[in-house]
Design a protein around this ligand. Structure first.
Ligand code: 5RP
Length: 244
């Protein structure tokens, strides 16, 4: 409860959003329990993970944690962690990390898979999350789905946008190029790629889908994280639950 003083990373716009942000706050703060003193920690991206980052920063300040090094998955999490006093290190200084805490756009309670990339950071997230001995996903109960059915983001070289969308159609998907929030042009990732959101409906065979996306010419990374999740910590209306 003391962590309530840390401002929410998103402005609260309505009661419904207030309830949702409360769930994410619970999930994020509880997920930070996975961090112990001396650990090297992958810091994910998004509004839920922001609460985990806030909790880690708070514990460091209070002396409940010490000697923690963070590796950020995006500029957004880097800036937040720096503001909160978490020591940061570059990813290429590590071969592995002790734990990563990251969010998800959808998670499967029966299988260790998630869809990520709502913040267009899935390439760096996949790299850092895959380096961790333990990946803890911080999320909420509204994003639960078996099978996964969320649009899968695919980052592509700008010049391959048309070819990539054609390949997605051939694989039975419905692609759409992601636009920047102001809608004044396509959204570019931090690495200068475009994002094609791929609607495949229900994804019954995640391995096959992941293979389809990986073989697209010009594809850089897709947002299906297959068999990567060790634990999901998710906020509900009143509590926080976990699935291992
Ligand atoms: C960014 C991500 C985020 O983790 C995902 O979009 C969830 O974000 P939020 O917690 O704000 O719903 O994958 O690329």
């Amino acid at each position: 409860e003391r962590i309530r003083v840390v401002p929410s990373p998103k402005r609260i716009k309505s009661d419904a959003e207030d309830v949702l942000m409360d769930k994410r706050r619970r999930g994020g703060i509880e997920a930070a329990e996975a961090v112990e003193s001396g650990m090297d920690v992958g810091l994910g991206t998004g509004s839920t993970t922001a609460w985990a980052i806030a909790a880690i920063g708070w514990k460091l300040r209070e002396g409940e944690l010490e000697d923690v090094r963070g590796v950020a998955t995006s500029l957004q999490s880097h800036d937040l962690a720096r503001e909160l006093g978490i020591p940061l290190t570059d990813v290429d200084e590590f071969d592995s990390l002790d734990v990563a805490i990251d969010g998800a756009d959808q998670w499967d309670p029966e299988h260790p898979h998630v869809v990520k990339g709502g913040g267009a950071s899935h390439a760096r997230e996949k790299l850092i999350d895959s380096m961790a001995d333990r990946l803890v996903v911080a999320t909420d109960d509204e994003k639960r789905s078996t099978p996964l059915s969320h649009d899968v983001p695919l980052s592509v070289l700008p010049e391959s946008r048309n070819v990539a969308q054609e390949w997605v159609r051939d694989a039975g998907g419905d692609p759409s190029l992601r636009y920047a929030e102001a809608k004044d042009g396509p959204l570019f990732t931090a690495n200068g790629n475009l994002v094609v959101d791929c609607d495949f409906g229900e994804i019954d065979d995640v391995d096959a889908r992941a293979a389809d996306l990986a073989r697209i010419p010009g594809a850089q990374e897709h947002g299906l994280f297959v068999e990567m999740v060790d634990e999901v910590v998710y906020g509900t209306d009143e509590s926080v639950e976990r699935v291992e």
